[in-house]
Design a protein around this ligand. Structure first.
Ligand code: NAD
Length: 340
């Protein structure tokens, strides 16, 4: 375990259980050099404890990188609650988790993530103030979409010479909370939309309300387009898919889009400009961090604009150094987290 922590440069790993409610939780704190660790809480079933711990460590590391490049005075952390096969009282389980967080005295602040809701955050909030994305704090997804939109404009400028999106063809994979809000903004900017989602209802809505063209999910990556926006699951850019892509740039919300950083080198070699996912999708983290500090929505909106500026800076570095934007982003984040 310590070898795993050392290789991830993890500061701390906390485990807690509560047999009364069925809680089995892991909190990974990656780095607090820039401030208290902030990061979502997952509530998922895992094959075993080891894979849950590894997931928490991997996600905490990614959140540190995201917070650093978003210019937040916040470190990275992540919580994983192993979802029991059966739970009598979900509210009591999240309340027990709130008590666990409170023992850390503010070194970790939790938020909504896969499998959790603002109602779960409300249960946690009964026992600790180190929680955000509660019902009162609001949904971060629209802010993630705003940040991705700003990032797409910066990507268009770097790839096509203008932030004007009018007439560009953008293919969106996934029309969930973030993808649909992004589609609305792109449609309002005169973008030609091609969309796919496993949920036919979401697709139908985009066709009827936004004039989007629908394609089968399996075919979306083959669509010739200016920008591909992955907004569904992670891992879409892999050894199998990269050769099929017919886009000039990739800029979307999904976490962990690259199966490995070597895939980013392949994209670079093919002349496809890639917006590092944790830079372009930082809007939600910016929202939860600033609302937790009591800052206004105007402050959140102003901070979101930094996503476009950060990406432009990364693209300029990448071009100068002849390296992929993903490698430049990693190097910048590591400099901010570890110095040197
Ligand atoms: P969501 O669950 O609301 O939506 C995801 C959508 O993608 C769903 O409609 C689903 O049917 C669709 N989908 C899944 N696999 C697909 C496939 N193979 N082809 C087509 N459609 C597919 O999730 P969300 O909150 O919109 O988040 C989208 C992505 O952005 C996720 O990867 C998430 O981790 C990431 N992200 C979200 C936020 C946020 O604030 N919500 C912040 C940062 C990153």
């Amino acid at each position: 375990m310590f070898a795993l922590m050392e290789s991830a440069r993890l500061e701390a790993l906390h485990l807690a259980q509560d047999p009364l409610t069925g809680l089995q939780a892991i909190i990974a704190i990656h780095n607090t050099r820039r401030g208290p660790a902030l990061g979502g809480c997952r509530y998922l079933a895992y094959a075993d404890t080891d894979s849950a711990v590894r997931d928490a460590i991997r996600l905490a590391t990614g959140t540190s990188y995201k917070a650093a490049l978003a210019g937040l005075a916040q470190g990275g952390g992540k919580a994983v609650i192993i979802r029991p096969a059966h739970v009598d009282n979900r509210g009591a389980l999240f309340e027990a988790f709130g008590r666990m967080i409170d023992t850390l005295g503010g070194r970790y602040i939790t938020a909504m993530d896969s499998g959790t809701s603002s109602a779960d955050m409300d249960c946690i909030a009964q026992h600790t103030r180190h929680v955000t994305s509660t019902t009162a704090a609001g949904d971060p997804s629209p802010h993630t979409a705003l940040g991705v939109y700003a990032g797409i404009r910066a990507t268009a400028e770097a790839r096509f010479g203008s932030t004007d999106l009018q007439g560009l063809r953008v293919a969106i994979q996934g029309l969930g909370n973030v993808g649909f809000a992004l589609a609305e903004q792109l449609a309002a900017s005169g973008v030609e939309l091609v969309v796919a989602d496993l949920d036919g209802g979401r697709v139908q809505l985009a066709v009827e309300e936004l004039g989007a063209v629908a394609v089968n999910s399996a075919e979306l990556l083959d669509v010739p387009c200016d920008i591909l926006a992955p907004c569904g699951l992670g891992g879409v850019l892999n050894g199998e898919s990269v050769g099929r892509l017919q886009c000039a740039a990739i800029a979307g919300a999904a976490n962990n889009q690259l199966a490995s950083v070597e895939i980013a080198d392949e994209l670079d070699a093919r002349g496809i400009l890639y917006a590092p996912d944790y830079v372009i999708n930082a809007g939600g983290l910016i929202h939860v961090a600033l609302t937790h500090r009591g800052e206004s929505l105007q402050a959140v909106t102003a901070h979101l604009a930094q996503i476009g500026l950060r990406l432009s800076d990364i693209y300029a570095h990448a071009q100068a150094d002849k390296r992929s934007p993903a490698r430049i982003a990693d190097a910048l984040a590591e400099h901010l987290l570890y110095g040197g």
